[in-house]
Design a binder for this molecule. Structure first.
Ligand code: AMP
Ligand code: GLY
Length: 426
């Protein structure tokens, strides 16, 4: 088979790596890809938003299957364009990707189908939102309705801060039209867990759990980022919690989407908060998570191409997912200053240390090739992953491996997975 992967981040590198291990694949392409992906796939310089050009390329090269990584093209309907041209593609259609594309949609879906989540109100006028805040209790959570590069969520400690947030989102339009509508949501506390699940429109098969670290600095300080590191599995996501979530969250979500005529095919990402009242949904995404994928796929035993095909063909009942009885940790190597101002264009050394190793991975996110040299080319530069018998071993290995890499202004969090080690039992 020939397969195209759309996207250019660490997530897509992890997907390409996993596809490259499939017995069924003869050639992989990526649009636009990156310097790391280029070692496994032929990169083609077509932006992820140019659906007709992507589909033309797929027809010309006789590509059998396209896998879509990022949220923007899914929400904008790339799958519909491909299907209309008779092309095989893995990902939700536009009418299902809205589960990520509109937070107001997902909140209303959860309310209608009794899926546990935070209490909320939706507003399309700033004055009404501010009126509501006068009677609210704090902290409170503001969410821009649409896609905002993971930055459209503000946790506000006071009325004054929340009023400022409403103005930023709805009046100043800091996130553009994503802020035309606003969700104001109850603040929840607990452990966060991410669960990615394969879906065939009817059935849902959850993968192993993971936890992201979204803040830029150690101890969960600093600004929110696209993710600074992950570990898998989450020791807090027990068998009992998994059973509860299957029954009260995952399966009802699939059934709800079907009942709404929005069959979900692809990967559903469920962001959970394990609260004192049980697991509740923080958010849904319509795709693999980044950097969750960088710890989940290295632990997966299945041939991923078989799973993609079963999802598209509505045959997930024929698949049993299985994961190694091990653990993985991913640490993001970023450019100092990310997520605000940072410099790029510095040479990266040490990538050769990862060659021919089964338990160490280096996934490229913001890199660029210049001749034979790989240069930094973004805020998040690389994701270094290691697997080990348990989280403690994986954590030690990943920080050793992070030290193999050198570039100017290299920055990483030092405490990815540390809270787990402090609990001591894992
Ligand atoms: P989201 O983009 O919806 O995942 O939100 C980003 C982050 O904001 C989440 O990972 C949580 O840490 C936090 N968050 C979102 N909603 C809530 C909530 N209702 N209560 C507490 N924290 C939240
Ligand atoms: N790691 C969070 C996300 O992919 O949205």
């Amino acid at each position: 088979m020939k397969i195209l992967v759309i996207g250019s981040g660490g997530r897509e590198h992890a997907i390409v790596k996993k596809i490259s291990m499939s017995a069924r694949v003869e050639r992989i392409y990526s649009a636009p890809g990156n310097a790391g992906i280029a070692e496994l796939a032929e990169c083609v310089d077509i932006p992820v938003g140019e659906f007709d050009r992507l589909a033309d390329f797929v027809c010309r090269e006789h590509i059998d299957l396209t896998v879509v990584g990022p949220d923007d093209p899914l929400v904008a309907g790339v799958v519909d364009v491909f299907e209309a041209r008779g092309l095989r593609v893995f990902g939700p259609r536009k009418n299902a990707a809205i589960i990520e594309g509109s937070k107001a949609f997902s909140k209303e879906l959860m309310k209608k189908y009794h899926i546990p989540s935070a209490a909320y109100e939706i507003f399309d006028q700033a004055e009404k939102a501010i009126d509501y805040l006068k009677k609210a209790s704090f902290p409170i959570v503001l969410k821009a309705d649409g896609l905002a590069l993971g930055k459209g969520v503000l946790i506000c400690a006071s009325y004054e801060e929340a009023v400022k947030g409403v103005k930023q989102i709805m009046v100043e339009k800091q996130f553009g039209s994503a802020g035309d509508r606003l969700v104001i949501e109850e603040y929840m506390t607990g452990r966060e867990v991410s669960v990615l699940a394969f879906c065939d429109g009817t059935r849902i098969l959850p993968m192993t759990s993971a936890q992201d670290h979204k803040r830029a600095k150690d101890g969960d300080q600093g600004l929110n980022t696209g993710g600074m590191g992950t570990f898998s599995p989450s020791p807090f996501y027990t068998r009992e919690i998994d059973e509860y979530c299957r029954k009260h969250i995952y399966e009802p979500t699939m059934a709800a989407m079907k009942a709404e005529g929005r069959d979900f095919v692809g990967v559903l990402f469920v962001g959970l908060m394990l609260t004192a009242d049980g697991p509740k949904v923080l958010e849904y995404n319509a795709r693999f998570g980044d950097p969750e994928t960088q710890v989940v796929l290295p632990r997966m035993k299945n041939d991923i191409v078989e799973v993609f095909e079963a999802c598209i063909d509505g045959k997930l009942d024929e698949i049993e997912l299985s994961f190694e009885e091990n653990a993985a940790v991913c640490v993001i190597l970023a450019s100092e200053g990310y997520p605000e101002h940072y410099e790029k264009g510095f040479p990266i050394s040490g990538l050769e240390h990862f060659k021919d190793k089964q338990d160490y991975f280096v996934f490229h996110a913001g890199t660029k090739k210049s001749g034979e040299t790989v240069l930094t080319n973004g805020g998040r530069v690389l994701g270094v992953t290691a697997t080990g018998r348990n989280l403690k071993e994986a954590r030690k290995k990943v920080y050793d491996a992070a030290g193999w890499i050198g570039f100017a202004n290299k920055y990483m969090r030092r405490d990815i997975g540390k809270a787990i080690e402090e609990i001591g039992t894992f």
